[in-house]
Design a protein around this ligand. Structure first.
Ligand code: CP3
Length: 349
């Protein structure tokens, strides 16, 4: 295998990396969760007839899809095109991503034996990821690539429920009723997540994000007791890689201090929490967010006025990375995100 390329010298000036580290920035950096995906006609074109997981394992497609929003919007960071369940697929868990549904697991995890049957992730399971990241970093030049993984709770929910869930009832039943199985499962998934982040950074990713999208389903007490130590272990391993770490969840207003405590440099704030409150909650960390993703359906001037408010509020933080409060909605008009990106990047700091 060839060595990973040396970091591009321009990365030192990246507004995204500077904001993540709390250093002064030339402009507020912008990227969007799910910036690559169904809102882009060029994405729909290259994905025609190719399954979601198949496209994540094909370096040429992964590179093309990751670059699409960078070309179109001129965002300050790329996010690696993959999925939170991809590493599980790579180690051999029988699962698929069903269009319009999400991840579906053939044999949901119920027992300690089920957990122990899941192999740990080694770099050779994800050779295609290493190849994709290396090629991407070479193409991206001075634009940083964000690597990511799913956090133990959110990934556990898919494994235990067998698919998407609103209540996470089976997941919580295991958490409350079978703490030994729960602990083993969280440790297993955490190890896979950390190893997947290590692979991406070793191949040249210059930041990581841990997605705990469904953590907002938990009370602070249960999060602190049953989830935080496992996410903290992943973030601790990621911290040894020397890149900024972002920790994000949805509906996490009450959890933000704990999510910060878990070891993030940047805490993602969803749109339900006013950014000023989020900033107070996370202390001396940077924040990411948090325009309501439905504002792209408002008249442009309404969307931009609200974006200006978010940027203004962000000035109170150690550092602020502009983003939506959750992923880009598939019916979003890309022209709105073009206008939004340009507008935020030219606002005075
Ligand atoms: O642009 C990016 O943000 C990078 C790519 C990315 C995807 N999934 C691609 C994807 C990222 C960061 C994810 C993470 C992910 N996957 C999360 C955490 C982020 C979040 O949105 O909260 C979660 C919960 C998943 C699980 C998952 N995978 C869901 C809920 C879905 C959507 C199902 C659907 O069809 O509505 C997926 C599939 C998926 N992952 C798509 C994309 C672009 C859509 C599939 C397609 O285009 O065919």
């Amino acid at each position: 295998m060839t060595a990973s390329p040396a970091p591009h010298p321009g990365l030192a000036d990246s507004a995204f990396l500077k904001a993540a580290r709390g250093e002064p920035v030339p402009h507020t950096p912008v990227w969007y969760m799910r910036q690559a995906g169904r809102s882009l006609p060029e994405y729909l074109r290259v994905r025609e007839g190719v399954g979601m997981l198949e496209s994540c394992m094909d370096p040429a497609l992964t590179v093309e899809i990751t670059l699409q929003p960078v070309r179109r919007y001129g965002v300050d960071a790329a996010i690696f095109f993959s999925d939170i369940v991809l590493p599980l697929k790579a180690v051999g868990v029988d699962l698929d991503i069903v269009p319009g549904v999400g991840p579906v697991v053939a044999h949901p995890v119920r027992t300690l034996a089920d957990v122990e049957a899941i192999p740990d992730l080694t770099p050779d399971h994800v050779d295609f990821t290493t190849a994709s990241v290396r090629a991407l970093v070479a193409e991206l030049g001075a634009t940083p690539l964000i690597g990511f993984a799913g956090a133990p709770f959110t990934v556990a929910s898919y494994l235990v429920e067998g698919g998407p869930s609103k209540e996470h009832a089976k997941t919580k039943a295991m958490m409350f009723g079978a703490p030994d199985v729960w602990d083993a499962l969280m440790r297993k998934i955490g190890g896979i997540a950390a190893a997947f982040l290590e692979v991406q950074v070793a191949a040249g990713a210059s930041a990581v994000q841990l997605f705990d999208s469904w953590a907002g389903a938990l009370t602070p007490q249960d999060y602190a007791e049953h989830v935080l130590p496992h996410s903290a272990a992943v973030l601790e391993r990621a911290g040894r890689l020397g890149v900024p770490r972002t920790h994000f969840g949805v509906g996490t207003g009450a959890l933000l201090p704990l999510m910060a405590e878990a070891g993030a440099d940047v805490v993602g704030v969803d749109w339900r929490t006013p950014l000023a409150d989020g900033i107070r909650a996370v202390g001396d960390r940077s924040v990411q967010g948090n325009l309501d993703p439905t504002l792209v359906f408002a008249p442009t001037e309404v969307m931009l006025a609200r974006a200006a408010e978010v940027v203004e509020a962000g000035k109170a933080a150690r550092g602020h990375v502009f983003n939506l409060g959750h992923g880009v909605i598939p019916s979003t008009d890309p022209a709105q995100l073009e206008r939004l990106t340009e507008f935020v990047q030219q606002l005075p700091r």
